[in-house]
Design a protein around this ligand. Sequence first.
Ligand code: ADP
Ligand code: MG
Length: 366
Amino acid sequence: MNLRPREISLTLRLLCDSLEKTGVNASAPGRVNLLGEHTDYNDGFVLPTAIPQTTIVHLGFSPDRQHHFYSHELEELVSLTTTDPTPQSFARYLFGCLRVVEQAKYTVPPLNVYVNSSVPIGSGLSSSAALEVAFLRGLRSLFSLDFDDIRIAQLAQQAEIEYAGVQCGIMDQMASSLADTQHLLFLDTRSLDRQLLPFPIGSEILVIDSGIPRTLAESGHNQRRAECEEAARQLGVKALRDIIDITQLETLPELLKKRARHVITENNRVLEAKQGITAARFGDLMNDSHASLRDDYQVSIAGLDRLVSILQSTPDVFGARLTGAGFGGACVALVTEGKAIEIAKTVLESYRKAGYTGRLLVPEPT
Ligand code: ADP
Ligand code: MG
């Protein structure tokens, strides 16, 4: 439903009034993945951490028969009845969460929802999962729902797949639901076994946005996913996770061999990192991961390669790689503890001289 500006301000005022009286607040963080890229939809292993930026959702009962969803970042208000079809805008993430909760046999009355977030949108730091997890946490507390954090992540993933139309794995939602900023979250995406691990001694993370929008990400992602499924089918396994040794890939056609080799070597990198290794070794694994994403999985582009190579050649950087689906978005580096801000300045300057405009994402700029 499209509202005129006067109606928007009136609806917003009512929304805020009602939230002050009956509302609850909930929040969830974005995430950055350090190792284990494009492995989650292959039943593999991932190693993300939460970032300091969070999404906060205020929610309460709506006084009329409609849901009212407002995003502070998008300055967008969407009002819809409980029987309306899936909306197109950001509201589909919230709508999807409501639907999956209803499918779990709960009845949700019309709600007012106010979204306020510091998670960068569309940079590969999972603002979508932060939104879903924060909203589901809010629903859990408003209605005393019997969902643990894993169930929240699963419902969030279901909402994103079925209502936002994104064929995602479970990493983003599990990271937003279970990770914190002080640990790495090791996750086996098949069994959902997980473990919070310390960062390598003497290190911290640095995340820089390449400033390049992920325009090809969706089609590239769907194609890679299909290639992985085909490789698994030809190898006679349920998912590429079931292959440990790359010599088993000999029978595959060249392209599928490359895709599968990325997934298998990436899984092995996560398993090595899980053992507890030095920051220098962890950095080497990140550099290898980038090379594999660039050469075998082919999801990097010139700007990301440039940013990563600037990072890799900067003192006090242990290692760096693109993070997220690729084709644009952010790069992550492991750097000497206490040095991230200083490194970011030098790196952004060199990146600018190369003709690109990046920005610091983590540590959170003040
Ligand atoms: P990301 O890597 O940030 O998760 P996605 O494309 O998966 O990128 O999700 C971004 C989408 O999530 C936005 O286009 C918007 O629909 C929704 N979203 C995330 N954060 C917000 C927010 N604060 N307000 C409104 N919508 C949001
Ligand atoms: Mg997302």
